[in-house]
Design a protein around this ligand. Sequence first.
Ligand SMILES: Cc1cc2nc3c(=O)[nH]c(=O)nc-3n(C[C@H](O)[C@H](O)[C@H](O)COP(=O)(O)O)c2cc1C
Length: 230
Amino acid sequence: MKTVIIHGQSHAGSTCMVARELAQKVGWQTQEFFLPRDFDKPCLGCFTCFQQDLTHCPHYAQLEPLANAMLEADLIILESPVYVYHATGQMMSFLDHFGTWWMIHRPRPEMSQKQAVSIATAAGGGMKSTVRDMADSLEMWGIHRVYKLGLGVQATKPGEIPPGIQKKIHKKTDVLARKILSHAGQQGCNSRGKFWFALMGFAQKHFPPMEPDYSYWEQQGWHRGGRPWK
Ligand SMILES: Cc1cc2nc3c(=O)[nH]c(=O)nc-3n(C[C@H](O)[C@H](O)[C@H](O)COP(=O)(O)O)c2cc1C
């Protein structure tokens, strides 16, 4: 089984440490990418992905290894330090490139077999909004189980994290790793993804077809009762 970690920064600080600790406890083959080191492009707003396909994105050559690694992984970990109450700009720019994967456009059935974790560390505040920044995409991609791990570390680097908080981190990653292993190989979709898929199915039937989404749904059999998670 495979894990991919997308680091929302290019340095190995506290957030990277937590993500690696979790991946190591899960124990699967792990691949890591760092932003902006491995992908540094902001979305151009050209709508090529929506009107054609993600493979036509002007940034696709640089994006492809990361996109493929996520499609092949059983566990996707997105992590970011909290920067002014949100995920890093480079993490948000990266996620902007996957709008077509959202349940309301052309969701990828592979997502139904995956689990994902959104991890953030902060000195003290903004963890909730930051894990939400990344979990929005993970849930709307239709990933079966999405976990959120926000930690206030009271530190600017791993060496400064107080022992009590370090202990808490070890405990939380233990519990989460066990949970991930117990659900390995299961298929399904998170409830938010299901809700938006159902709403879009209704819209596709009652409003003029939006292409190329409509034809993609038709090919997948989703207008005839099929579902990405079945
Ligand atoms: C530009 C910048 C903005 C930050 N904004 C916040 C913030 O809004 N809230 C907070 O508690 N900590 C904030 N911090 C502190 C970091 O989130 C915190 O130290 C984090 O654990 C660093 O993770 P890292 O070691 O993985 O880089 C900020 C740090 C930087 C560099």
